[in-house]
Write a protein that binds this ligand. Structure first.
Ligand SMILES: *Cc1c(COP(=O)(O)O)cnc(C)c1O
Length: 514
């Protein structure tokens, strides 16, 4: 980035300061991005909320929920991630118009017209292809890695294209808890080796080269996979990349995600899996908060129960074991005389009909266009008009407001909130010496807040003051009425530098609580 300060005609220090909160902090790419972007968004609904909190220090004086951080939930590219077999079925079943209107659920609903047998045939075919591919990979890699040949033979014998197959593949960052399932290896072994209802799990993923803890997770899984009870039942496949990701999401029956709440921004790979008729089993975090429907996959609760992470890990693991044992595995093997597990196929149909359309690239691009790109296009056009006249106007105003801000004096605050029979008669006035600013440069609002049970403070209502009178530098602002909900409120008043040319309130950075 060394050439940027020159191009922007700013100093190196100025540029670096855009990526810092305080002068001696570590430089943050995210802060830089948030500081130089008009719009900011998370990649799922929940991630938007988490990001409002994460970036709250940048916009001091505002509550996190006021920050201009929105969201667009990720989506995945149909042509890239859906197996050719499914694509053929979808396109013949859904008919004309589907390819250019892919986020429209009215097409995906037609999956309900397909015979269970046809769906189950594709699932079996996809799983068989995956297992054959994995076996070939094992043959090639085992020889390179000097592992015992007898272990290889066992793995090849045990991997089975008829067995319920769970996939877990992603970056091995510690928050993703890749080793969660191994907390009670005996219980896991009992689930996998149940002779009537066996299960196998395929792992893949890479850790960042500087993430020692992430690499240790992989090492742990590889070590577990070599124990006799897990050999050929749990396999860690090396060299995770897009090619391997495709095979996995297209072939497995269940895609699993077990992140620490609420750290999963999206968890996009799950969307790839459901497009291929896999069922998603995940903590309600990231996209799954929006995607999960009862009877179309499985979820672990969104709220954590324990502060203590170790207790939470234990609870989540027990929940997963219980759900696998009591619900998921038996449903997979509950086949009718025709050899088809109809309840399972029903879940697949519901997942395809109701979940998949919402997580297509089409929906995502539409959202970006509606929420951001359209707005940004309009604004950049307006800013560029007349040789960027508006930009100069904004910069001049910002400089003026910054110089004048500390000269504002609060002269009087006069609130009458309790003495009236009719609460709507309540009023408050505030007198300010604005000094070098005009009344138009300032916004004043009363913020009524209440405390929630968990101790957090939330805004119940914001009320704007109106200018009552202005004599020279002295301006009186007035507010009338009461909050709409009954109850006892705490309230406070704040003033901020206001200009309609700003794209969002926090942009002026000038704010004071009175
Ligand atoms: C989709 C994908 C990811 C992201 O998956 P998450 O579930 O969000 O972790 C990472 N790596 C590869 C190769 C992928 O295809």
């Amino acid at each position: 980035m060394s050439h940027y300060p020159d191009r922007l005609k700013i100093t190196w220090d100025k540029m670096m300061s855009l990526g810092r909160l305080n002068p001696n902090d570590k430089f943050s790419m995210s802060y830089l991005a948030a500081n130089i972007s008009q719009e900011v968004n998370g990649v799922s609904w929940l991630h938007g909320i988490v990001s409002q909190k994460m970036f709250a220090p940048l916009w001091n004086g505002y509550f996190p929920e006021e920050n201009h951080v929105g969201y667009v939930t990720n989506g995945v590219h149909y042509q890239t991630w859906t197996s050719k077999t499914w694509q053929k079925l979808y396109e013949t079943t859904f008919g004309d118009g589907f390819m250019s209107d892919m986020s429209n659920p009215k097409y995906w609903e037609k999956i309900n017209n397909v015979d269970d047998a046809d769906i189950w045939d594709i699932r079996k075919l996809q799983r068989t292809r995956l297992i054959n591919y994995v076996k070939n990979r094992v043959r090639e890699n085992w020889i390179r890695s000097y592992e015992s040949p007898s272990n290889m033979v066992t793995v090849l014998e045990k991997l089975d294209e008829k067995v319920l197959t769970i996939g877990f593949a992603r970056r091995f960052a510690t928050y993703k808890r890749g080793d969660l399932l191994f907390r009670n290896p005996e219980r896991l072994a009992a689930i996998l080796n149940n002779p009537k209802m066996p299960v196998q799990i395929l792992f893949a993923g890479k850790a960042h080269p500087n993430d020692g803890a992430g690499q240790d997770l992989i090492k742990r899984i590889v070590e577990f996979s070599k124990r006799p009870e897990f050999l050929g039942k749990i396999l860690f496949i090396e060299d995770y990349d897009i090619g391997l990701a495709k095979k996995l999401v297209q072939g497995v029956d269940i895609w699993m995600n077990t992140p620490t709440r609420p750290l999963e921004a999206s968890g996009t790979s799950g969307m790839k899996a459901v497009m291929n008729g896999a069922l998603h089993f995940s903590v309600l975090d990231g996209w799954w908060v929006e995607g999960y429907r009862e009877g179309a996959g499985w979820a672990l609760p969104q709220e954590r129960v324990y502060e203590n992470q170790d207790f939470q890990n234990e609870l989540d693991t027990q929940t997963i074991y219980n759900m696998l044992e009591n619900e998921i595995v038996p449903m997979f093997y509950d086949c009718s005389d025709d050899g088809i597990p109809h309840r399972w196929v029903k879940c697949i149909k519901k997942s395809i009909a109701e979940i998949v359309p919402m997580f297509t690239t089409k929906r995502m691009i539409d959202d970006y266009k509606d929420r951001f790109y359209g707005k940004l296009y309009k604004r950049s056009t307006e800013l560029a008009e007349n040789d960027y006249a508006k930009v100069f106007e904004i910069v001049n105003w910002k400089e003026k407001a910054a110089r004048a801000w500390n000269f504002i004096e609060v002269l009087k605050i006069d609130f009458h909130t309790t003495e009236f029979e009719n609460p709507q008669d309540a009023y408050g006035e505030i007198a300010l010496n604005l000094n070098r600013l005009s009344p138009n440069d300032i916004g004043i609002e009363a913020i009524a807040v209440s405390k929630k049970q968990d101790g957090s403070i939330v805004i119940d209502e914001k009320m704007n003051f109106k200018l009552k009178e202005c004599n020279g530098k002295i301006a009186v602002f007035r507010i009338e009425g009461a909050p709409h909900k009954t109850g006892i409120y705490n309230y406070a008043i704040r003033a901020y530098a206001k200009n309609d040319l700003l794209p969002y309130k926090q942009d002026s950075k000038l704010i004071m609580w009175i």
